[in-house]
Design a protein around this ligand. Structure first.
Ligand SMILES: [Zn+2]
Length: 409
């Protein structure tokens, strides 16, 4: 019975993924909404479409391969067979099993990665990697995968030893508390990795301070973060709680956007801050752990499941693989649908706030640049938006600003 359930979940996940891709492929041939039609020029857009079409095709193949592997892994007793064949205790067996899985995974994903880098990326001029680096990267990635899996497994292992079969539930509460603490002190963590310099006195600083003061926030300082060391993406945020509250602007944003555009981005962020959206999103991301916790607890409490997969008793390693593997991916995806809906509503509210404080046009200008720079999809299928996106598509955001300007204010 459990095997059938796992099989259904795996097939549902694959079917869901295929459906999203088919919708996207159909959508790509439709004309762009007028508000975003001029962001890419005709040649750029054609290139973008061909690039994404090829990437999608490859992704379908890789999804199919993953499905077959998962079916073999979860619907046969191969894991138990390996487990009892391998020498050593539970921990040694775990390391060996992780090594074998990483090896298999590397061998299978290598040709797909190869096609991606040396056929698709190369054709469109994005590829910078040499075959030598490619192989070295593949090995490094496999090893990192082993280490990461093992570290997480050891945490689960120790938690199980200390807390018993209900460890998942207890750990869930613990992780929840830690996540809120981290988001509250996010500025402290960022300081470990980035350099922060105060934004110099001037017009921009004065405008931003006034905008925040109008909403009742007294700013001590605005910081510029050296994000360009790691990414070309531009961003800004208002983070932290209470004493750790911090207003940060990425240097990419500061250097490449006009003062008006920067202020518009901050108006949007200020709205998130006022509405406590970040705290709510932390709560949502916590909900994503629930399927893992439920699955883990079920497999540890119900020995029959492990038994039907060839294990003599409830196996932590087996529970780990099922709970963190592809079996419950579809559940996580479905859970995120209502949260994406709420998130899109939050984004619209933040955009409206930027309009209210007089930065609608600048927001549109900034969003157009941000979307172009990240090679975003200008016209995602409405169903794909509903199911997967936590921001409204760009044309909807622009239309919202236009509609706001058109109404009486
Ligand atoms: Zn936002």
């Amino acid at each position: 019975m459990t095997k059938i359930l796992f099989l259904i979940l795996l097939l549902a996940q694959f079917g869901y993924r295929m459906m999203l891709q088919m919708l996207s492929r159909k959508q790509v041939n439709k004309p762009l909404p007028a508000s975003v039609a001029d962001i890419y020029d005709a040649a750029e857009y054609d290139k973008w479409r061909r690039y994404n079409g090829k990437k999608d095709g490859l992704s379908i193949i890789s999804g199919g391969v993953t499905l077959v592997i998962n079916i073999v892994l979860f619907c046969t007793n191969i894991m138990a067979w390996l487990y009892y064949l391998l020498p050593g205790g539970e921990v040694a067996k775990a390391i060996l099993l992780f090594l074998i899985m990483a090896g298999v995974d590397t061998v299978i994903s290598l040709p797909i990665e190869y096609v991606f880098n040396f056929k698709i990326e190369a054709e469109f001029g994005f590829n910078r990697i040499t075959p030598k680096t490619f192989v070295a990267d593949a090995i490094k990635n496999a090893l990192v995968g082993v280490v990461l899996n093992f570290v997480i497994f050891m945490l689960v292992f120790v938690a199980h030893k200390l807390l018993g079969d209900w460890f998942g539930v207890i750990a869930f509460v613990g992780i929840g508390i830690i996540m809120f603490a981290i988001s509250a002190a996010s500025s402290v963590f960022l300081k470990l990795f980035n350099k922060f310099t105060p934004l110099p006195e001037g017009e921009l600083r004065t405008t931003l301070c006034t905008m925040f003061e109008n909403e009742g926030y007294k700013l001590k300082d605005i910081y510029v973060m050296d994000a360009s060391k790691r990414t070309t993406k531009a961003n800004a945020y208002c983070g932290g709680i209470g004493k750790f509250k911090q207003i940060v602007i990425y240097d990419n944003l500061l250097n490449n956007y006009s003062d008006g555009e920067i202020t518009a981005v901050f108006a949007h962020e200020l709205a998130h801050f006022k509405n406590r959206d970040t705290t709510q999103m932390t709560l949502f991301s916590l909900v994503n752990f629930l399927p893992i916790v439920v699955m883990m607890t079920w497999l540890m409490l119900d020995g029959k499941v492990s038994e039907s997969f060839g294990f003599a008793e409830p196996s932590l390693l087996f529970a780990f693989y099922v709970s963190f593997g592809g079996v419950i991916e579809i559940v996580t995806k479905l859970i995120s649908i209502p949260f994406n809906y709420i998130s899109r509503a939050m984004e619209r509210k933040a955009d409206t706030f930027a309009c209210k404080v007089g930065y609608g046009d600048e927001l549109v200008a900034a969003l157009r640049k941000l979307h172009k720079d990240s090679l975003a999809d200008m016209n995602p299928h409405p169903t794909v938006v509903k199911l997967t996106m936590n921001h409204p598509p760009l044309h909807e955001r622009i239309e919202l600003v236009e509609a706001w300007k058109g109404s009486e204010h």
